[in-house]
Design a protein around this ligand. Sequence first.
Ligand SMILES: [Zn+2]
Length: 190
Amino acid sequence: MTASDLINLSGLIDDAKCFALVRQHRWPEGVRCLGCDKDAVIRDDHDDVQPCRQRYRCKACSGRFDDLTGTVLAGHHQPLRVWVLCLYFMGLNLSNRQIALELGLDSLDTQAMTEQLRRGLAAKTPAVELTGEVEPDARASSGIDEVYVVAGHKGQPAAVAKRAGSGAGAGWRAGRAAARWKRTSRPSSA
Ligand SMILES: [Zn+2]
């Protein structure tokens, strides 16, 4: 697989769903103000550069923030979908070097991204160590399982599984991802 395959893959990822994923993780009970923690929050237009990035305004304290404010994902030059793919590859146990190759990124950039993502997808996520042997529970609470659903590698779970060949645990993780993909791709059978 080469970088050109990846460009296609990245293009298939839905930006709106990536932002919805972050939102769901940060505020499972609904958006709360980052300043005063009240839920008197109204939507306030979208980001100028990223149209799917929702802005908010707090009616209680007049605080303003958006989907990514205060997270490792804010102010980074990589689009959110690249972060999501990076997290997906981490879940498949790919090395930093493999991820850099797949995403066409600088290796230092990739290292910084994976280090940040190990702390959680959003700022409020508890710190979880994802290297080495990872308990399924820890992975679930980190949000990686949900990322499988979104990133999904629609149509190509087998290709991803094959490429994730090295490293302990890669097999079952990839298999699980593929199984997950099959389940989520057939909502009508549920
Ligand atoms: Zn507030």
